[in-house]
Ligand binder design. Sequence first.
Ligand SMILES: [Zn+2]
Length: 352
Amino acid sequence: MKSAALTELDTLKAEFAISLTAAEAASDDAELQRLRSSFFGPKGKVTLLLRSVGQLPAEERPVAGKVINQVRQELEGQLVLVLSRHEELARKAALSSHRLDTTLPGRQPVPMGAVHPVHRVVARMTELFVRMGFEVATGPEVELDELNFGALNFPDDHPARDMQDTFFVRAPDERSFGRLLLRTHTSPVQVRQMRAEGAPIRIIAPGRVYRCDSDASHSPMFHQIEGLWVEEGVSFAHLKGVLTSFIHSFFGERGVRFRPSFFPFVEPGAEVDIGCVFCGGKGCRVCKHTGWMEILGAGMVHPNVLEACGIDAEKNTGFAFGVGVDRIAMQLYGIDDLKHLFTSDVRFLESL
Ligand SMILES: [Zn+2]
């Protein structure tokens, strides 16, 4: 016959099984923790039963103690299993309710930089010429008088060399190199490239240039893109073809007009106008009611320039052109004063 202790153990087992099922169904662990302490805590039912083994007759003690201990381990094991299942469920629920959405904007947005409007225009123009086989060339902004003017067929008394138009630079090496200045155009890059590489040559030279000039449409520092193509058989037809193709790609299909003009480094020279991008040629404030916008100067490279750059002018011909980038950026972005582009007011730049 079973001892009273073991009979009580059976009752406890049955009670535990029912309580565990109920606690498992609960949404949190509170019930499970209560079950744990009411059965296995210091005053728990199983603990007390185990303690009561001491009062049993001596011959029953070892068996009863062993059986109760086994049952305690078994029941505690079940409880721990249910607890860990609960934890796992809770973790999964937490993960799905706090899912990290990496597509949400940050709480403290980092201000984004952007390409300056002038450089946006430079980059787009450069890309179009590179597609037509032009290579990009660059040179120093502090330049020799000889490369900025001399080699480009500017006579010594040309007005562009006046102090009013050009920033001259006082430099210790003046005696060995001649006068230094801030380049007034990117043409010295062409001279350097022609001297270094000879013909055939097909380059564009984007960059900053400087002139003593300052009003709403002139800034002492501005940007140019100049182009040069020298090769046997290059004619004015190539000039018109390249520039017309560039204009149509950049501004869209529109009228293009070549007007005779004079620059010391070309012969013949031309100013190039395009049908106004704002009124389509009807006439508006921007085009001063002419329907045309002047966008660049061009011409066939003067034989004196080719010779000054070590290129045989009997054999080679070429054309050159220069675009004032800032003026075009002004027109495209509808800016009325060039200085807005260079005063670095972020509110203004962001509004473009
Ligand atoms: Zn217009």
